[in-house]
Design a protein. Structure first.
Length: 539
């Protein structure tokens, strides 16, 4: 039985699959197998695999086309490795992926080894502004961190983090024990309509923690074949089309949702399904419908041609859950989906994002993109996950403070309405956002807190007002302008605003957050408001 199984479920896509296979063929580690699950038995794909003449490649077929989730389950049943990962038929593995994973697993038992993939938009991607773009956020040091699984799950269900941050089998090597636990509970591993995302929820739900690498072992390809992008960005009403019925089969919609005509609603349907199956009584991990409404609104210009329809979905969701529409930031309609563009962004002392023009580099496929970006990433020494401390997230505010930068200690205080952390801190991305932390010991006199922060203001958006309410006490007002966009602000915490266990909730209400895309500054469509860097108890 091999150590590693790399699985590719595919359906009639030999044009991209041949390049995905090329990234597997160059893997140096010998203790691995490559499973190709040929949905419907395409003869060209069978010939393509046979021509490789490599015993690591194992080809299987279904006599008839089955749904995507069923094909993934069949593919998983063919894998015999101790650790299993999936890639799409337009994706690729980094050349040293199997070698790195093999070396890490030598150090002992590890259930989940995860990473955030780079992205390559194939030349045939539907949107001209994204075609042949290679996007790679590179940490110049090869490191790892141990992530608390439940905390990550709670952040995802609160729409505080992107699904790509979950330990999906699509961006992780998953130990067979995790898969077997799920099969013992449900009779199968993959649930719902989006097997990649649901696998991430399942993996997080069935483990205490996982290890996330600072550099990816794979590259996600987005081509004209990509199911999710075709369904929700390129076509209209694709779920009810013949292709939609082929890929997803019969769709059961949760009654708590309106029509599943946007990607966030589609994913929320699966989130509710898995919650119902695996953790129905865990109140700390449940779908935030307010967060879902804001996610739909934030992405509204992914399809500006159906802007009004998407806006109606926000209204329908708000009506179903008695949400305050006034608390949801709805960006103005743009003439088109913002183009990706090219360039370089410094995200920290050891972190940089490249957005590369593939045409200028001669890229034609995901294999070309892997070959080029592999020259940028650090090699580094082998990592021993056993020495990584478990991530503890029980933020206590002290004079030493909470740091909201990417590597800081403040992430656990971000409850609702925040983006993912950046090198300097974190942006709010909603009209209302919350912080929650503890003060120990519980104060008997007012506590003065200082917050280093910034407001997203510009000559075209010169003023931002923020109302800060601690518990149910009277609001405290902050204001940001072009001339005072960044600095220190103060909060006063009264003893009666502190819970008996020392917990404090701060609710920030912003009058008019705007996105860089709306102001014509960048392609970023997030409604940015206040950026929090750090906070501490003033002496």
């Amino acid at each position: 039985m091999p150590l590693l199984s790399v699985v590719i479920p595919t359906l009639n896509r030999p044009d991209t699959l041949r390049h995905a296979l090329a990234t597997l063929q160059v893997q140096a580690a010998g203790d691995c197998e490559f499973i190709i699950q040929n949905n419907g038995g395409n003869a060209e794909i069978a010939a393509l695999v046979a021509a490789l003449d490599d015993p690591r490649f194992k080809h299987f077929t279904t006599p008839e086309i089955v749904t995507m989730t069923e094909n993934w389950e069949m593919a998983l049943d063919r894998a015999t490795g101790d650790y299993i990962t999936f890639i799409g038929d337009d994706d690729g593995l980094m050349p040293d992926a199997c070698a790195i994973a093999t070396e890490i697993f030598k150090h002992g038992d590890l259930e989940l080894l995860s990473w955030a993939p780079f992205a390559y938009y194939w030349p045939d991607y539907y949107h001209p502004g994204f075609r042949n773009r290679l996007v790679a956020t590179i940490d110049l040091q090869f490191t790892a961190e141990r992530i608390d699984s439940r905390d990550e799950l709670a952040q995802f269900y609160g729409f505080q983090t992107h699904y790509a941050r979950l330990p999906m089998i699509y961006n992780s090597f998953v130990h067979r024990d995790v898969i077997d636990r799920m099969k013992a509970a449900e009779g199968r591993y993959f649930l719902g309509l989006s097997p990649d995302v649901t696998s991430g929820i399942v993996n997080a739900a069935l483990t205490r923690s996982f290890v996330r690498l600072s550099r990816p072992l794979s590259l996600s390809g987005l081509s004209r074949h990509s199911t999710g992008h075709t369904t929700f960005f390129r076509e209209t009403d694709a779920l009810g089309s013949p292709r939609g019925r082929r890929d997803f089969g019969s769709i059961t919609k949760d009654a708590r949702l309106p029509d599943l005509n946007t990607l966030p609603l589609f994913l929320a349907n699966d989130m509710l399904l898995v919650q119902r199956r695996l953790f129905p009584t865990d109140s700390g991990v449940s779908v935030s419908f307010q967060g879902l409404a804001q996610a739909i609104a934030t992405d509204i210009n992914d399809r500006p041609e159906i802007y009004d329809r998407t806006l109606q979905s926000v209204r329908d969701l708000a009506a179903l859950h008695d949400l305050d529409l006034g608390a949801i930031v709805v960006p103005a309609r743009l003439p088109g989906r913002p183009a990706l563009g090219t360039g370089l962004t410094i995200q920290g002392p050891e972190r940089v994002q490249f957005r590369l023009d593939g045409a200028a580099l001669g890229l034609r496929s995901v294999a070309d993109a892997v070959r080029v970006i592999a020259q940028f990433v650090p090699r580094g020494d082998a990592l021993d996950p056993a020495i990584l401390p478990a991530l503890m997230r029980s933020p206590v505010l002290t004079e030493d403070g909470l740091d909201f930068a990417r590597a800081g200690n403040g992430a656990g205080a971000l409850v609702e309405g925040w983006s993912e952390a950046e090198s300097w801190g974190v942006w709010s991305v909603a009209k209302q956002c919350r912080l929650r932390f503890k003060i120990d010991p519980v104060p008997t006199a007012p506590v003065s807190v200082e917050v280093t922060c910034r407001g997203f203001v510009h000559a075209r958006h010169p003023r931002l007002q923020v109302s800060c309410r601690i518990g149910t006490t009277a609001p405290q007002e902050w204001e940001f302008s072009v001339s005072s966009a960044r600095g220190c602000r103060k909060l006063r915490i009264e003893p009666d605003a502190v819970a008996p266990d020392g917990e404090v909730t701060v609710t920030l209400t912003l009058n008019n957050p705007r996105s860089p895309a709306e102001l014509g500054l960048a392609a970023d469509v997030r409604p940015l408001g206040i950026g929090v860097e750090c906070m501490w108890i003033a002496g």
